[in-house]
Design a protein around this ligand. Structure first.
Ligand SMILES: [Zn+2]
Ligand SMILES: [Zn+2]
Length: 291
C-alpha cells in the first residue's frame, strides 16, 4: 500500500481509498469518542513527470531518483490507512497550497472536539511541532513527549487550522528533504510512529488551548518551483499579528528556509543554486547523502 500511495498522482484517488464523510473535500472518519484525531494530507508537490519515474528501495530507504518522492504526505496517509479501522482520522486536500482543505473543513466543523489533533506531516524523526508554533500548550507536548517526541519549531501545516478547534501538533514520520528531488523516506522511522499507543493513551485527556494561534494566516505556495516563502492572506487581521511581526517577522533578519519553510536568522543560511538552506536542512542533507 505504501508504494501504491506513493505512485498515485491525484489527491482525489487517495481520498477515495478512505471511508468516511466527505466534508469540504476532505475525508472525515470519527467513530471513537474522546480519542485524538489523526490527520494527513492527500496532495503532494509532485508534478506528473515525477510520477513517471520509478521508486527505488535500498533497505528501509525509499526514494524516486530524478523526481520528488511525495512521501510528504503520502507517508502520513499510509500510516492512517494502516490503522484506519481503529482510530479517528481526517485526510485533507490541498495542504501544500495553503491548507485550503483543513481551512474549509474547520469552517464547516460540526463534531464534538477531540482531546487533540495529531498531524502526521513532519520531516525527520521524533520532532513534535507544538507550542513553539502555537499549535498547543506545553501540556500536550509533555503528554506526547512520553512517546519519544521532542518539541521543535516548524513551518506551516494543517495544525495551523485544526488548532482553532482543539490543541494540535505535528509529528515526524520519517521523510526528509521534502519538496526536493533529494526527498527520501525511512520506512523504519515511519513504522515506529506509535499511532495506536497515542490513540489509547491520550483518550479523554484534557489539554489547554493554545494561547495565540497566530501562524494560521500564512499561505505557502504550492510547488517547489514557484515557492517563494509566505504571504499574508488576512490583511484585515493585521492588528492581531502585531506582536508576531514584532517578535519574528518584523525582524527582517529572519527569513524562511526554501527547503522546510522554517524561519531562521538570515546569517545562518547556506545559499546554494539560488536556494536558501537553513542549518537543520544542511545537516540533514549532509547526514543522508544518497546517490
Ligand atoms: Zn510539503
Ligand atoms: Zn506536508
Amino acid at each position: 500500500m505504501l508504494e501504491r500511495l506513493l505512485n498515485i498522482p491525484h489527491q482525489e484517488e487517495v481520498l477515495d481509498l478512505f471511508d468516511g464523510e466527505d466534508i469540504a473535500g476532505c475525508k472525515v472518519n470519527i467513530r471513537f469518542p474522546g480519542r485524538p484525531i489523526f490527520t494527513a494530507h492527500a496532495d503532494t508537490v509532485c508534478s506528473p513527470l515525477d510520477y513517471d519515474k520509478p521508486l527505488h528501495k535500498n533497505g528501509p530507504i525509499i526514494r524516486r531518483p530524478g523526481g520528488i518522492l511525495g512521501a510528504d504526505d503520502r507517508a502520513g496517509c499510509f500510516l492512517i490507512h494502516c490503522y484506519r479501522k481503529r482510530i479517528n482520522y481526517i485526510i485533507t486536500r490541498d495542504e501544500e497550497c495553503g491548507c485550503l482543505g483543513s481551512r474549509d473543513l474547520v469552517k464547516e466543523w460540526d463534531f464534538v472536539n477531540p482531546p487533540c489533533f495529531i498531524c502526521l506531516d513532519r520531516r525527520g524523526k521524533n520532532d513534535l511541532i507544538g507550542s513553539n508554533n502555537y499549535y498547543c500548550n506545553t501540556d500536550l507536548e509533555e503528554a506526547i513527549g512520553e512517546y519519544g517526541f521532542i518539541p521543535v519549531t516548524g513551518s506551516i501545516s494543517d495544525a495551523d487550522e485544526f488548532n482553532e478547534l482543539a490543541p494540535s501538533c505535528n509529528l515526524s514520520i520519517g521523510y526528509y528533504n521534502q519538496h526536493t528531488k533529494n526527498e527520501f523516506l525511512n520506512v523504519d522511522i515511519l513504522k515506529t510512529v506509535p499511532v495506536l499507543g497515542m490513540s489509547e493513551g491520550l483518550k479523554d485527556r484534557k489539554f489547554d488551548m493554545p494561547e495565540q494561534p497566530k501562524w494560521n494566516k500564512w499561505t505557502k505556495y504550492s510547488s517547489w518551483n514557484s515557492y517563494s516563502g509566505s504571504s499574508w492572506t488576512g490583511v484585515e487581521d493585521y492588528d492581531k499579528y502585531d506582536d508576531l511581526e514584532d517578535s519574528l517577522y518584523g525582524d527582517s533578519s529572519y527569513v524562511q528556509c526554501d527547503i522546510c519553510g522554517s524561519f531562521c536568522k538570515e546569517s545562518t543560511f547556506l545559499h546554494y543554486e539560488g536556494y536558501r538552506f537553513c542549518p537543520t536542512c544542511c545537516e540533514e542533507i549532509s547526514a543522508h547523502v544518497i546517490r
